[in-house]
Design a protein around this ligand. Structure first.
Ligand SMILES: [Zn+2]
Length: 311
């Protein structure tokens, strides 16, 4: 047993909408939270996500971006586009603050004196496409990097690894840590696919590791990318904390991409991540929900992910 696992969420994350009929919709989070109501998840510690502070966001974004996002507060029923496929309603700024704040609170929980070593943030909007100076791809703030920088600034950690298995490349995360060798970024993603970045030749300061998978690649290819390329790099880095960008849109049924990853593959990778964290990071894992757009696949994948975090 890893000790208690913390689940953080907030009702504001259920009220945020980009636009009507958008794939990154409140029902995604409802599906995840509903799956986690099963009896086997009763041992989860549950808490309400706080809002990130401006100081925490300013570790990864310039003041103008934070101010611009927080200034968008349309009236009920109104939508404001901030990117071609990203929009905001009355609840979006608050939800973005809760998603980033959950990541910070999760870091505080696993790095603090208590017994919690693993935490999952069931939040939206996701974060890994948000670039330092702009919202993009359903994302407003770089939640994973906010978490990593908070672990360094508030808890004195030297090395943090961000592992991203969302089917899309985490271009925003990569941009934020590009020249920062104290944060490793490892990503598996479909290529070609949105957003078009993430070539294996993109290596930053030697701290960026990208593994591309062609459309149609299955769980065996997904596991091989991690086992042979990405996890050995993380092992060499010896992180003191692992932050996971947990997107489940590599699933075979996902409508936004064409990989054929299954629940058992996500369970396998979560196990591997936990074992690696046990060897280097005192077991500390903070996992953040990113994508996943088939509601039933998202729910079952989140369940196997949490089951593995609780093992
Ligand atoms: Zn995605």
């Amino acid at each position: 047993m890893s000790g208690p696992v913390l689940l953080l969420t907030h009702h504001a994350c259920l009220a945020h909408e980009n636009f009507p009929d958008h794939p990154e919709c409140p029902d995604r989070l409802r599906a995840v939270l509903s799956a986690l109501e099963a009896e086997e998840f009763a041992p989860l510690l549950r808490d309400v996500a706080p809002e990130a502070t401006e100081a925490q966001l300013l570790r990864v974004h310039p003041p103008a971006h934070v101010a611009a996002i927080l200034a968008v507060r349309p009236g009920p029923g109104r939508f404001v586009p901030v990117d071609g496929d990203t929009g905001m309603n009355h609840a979006s700024a608050g939800a973005a603050l809760r998603a980033a704040g959950a990541a910070v609170a999760a870091v505080d929980a696993v790095c603090g004196p208590g017994a919690v070593l693993r935490a999952f943030c069931a939040t939206r909007p996701p974060g890994h496409h948000a670039e330092p100076e702009r919202a993009m791809g359903f994302c407003f703030f770089g939640n994973a990097v906010v978490a990593a920088r908070h672990a360094q600034a508030a808890h004195g950690l030297a090395r943090v690894a961000i592992l991203d298995f969302d089917v899309h490349h985490g271009n925003g995360t990569q941009a934020m840590v590009w020249d920062d060798p104290s944060i490793l970024f490892a990503s598996s993603h479909q290529s070609p696919c949105y957003p078009g970045t993430g070539a294996e030749a993109e290596t930053g300061a030697g701290n960026v590791f990208n593994a591309t998978l062609p459309p149609g690649a299955d769980g065996a290819a997904f596991r091989a990318a991690w086992a042979e390329h990405l996890l050995p790099a993380v092992e060499r880095f010896a992180p003191e904390l692992i932050v996971v960008s947990a997107g489940f849109d590599a699933h075979a049924r996902d409508p936004l991409a064409q990989l054929r990853v299954r629940e058992a593959d996500f369970a396998w990778l979560t196990d591997e991540i936990c074992h690696l964290a046990g060897r280097h990071a005192r077991g500390r894992v903070v996992s953040l929900l990113e994508g996943g757009y088939d509601l039933s696949a998202l729910a079952s994948c989140a369940a196997v992910h949490l089951r593995a975090l609780m093992a």
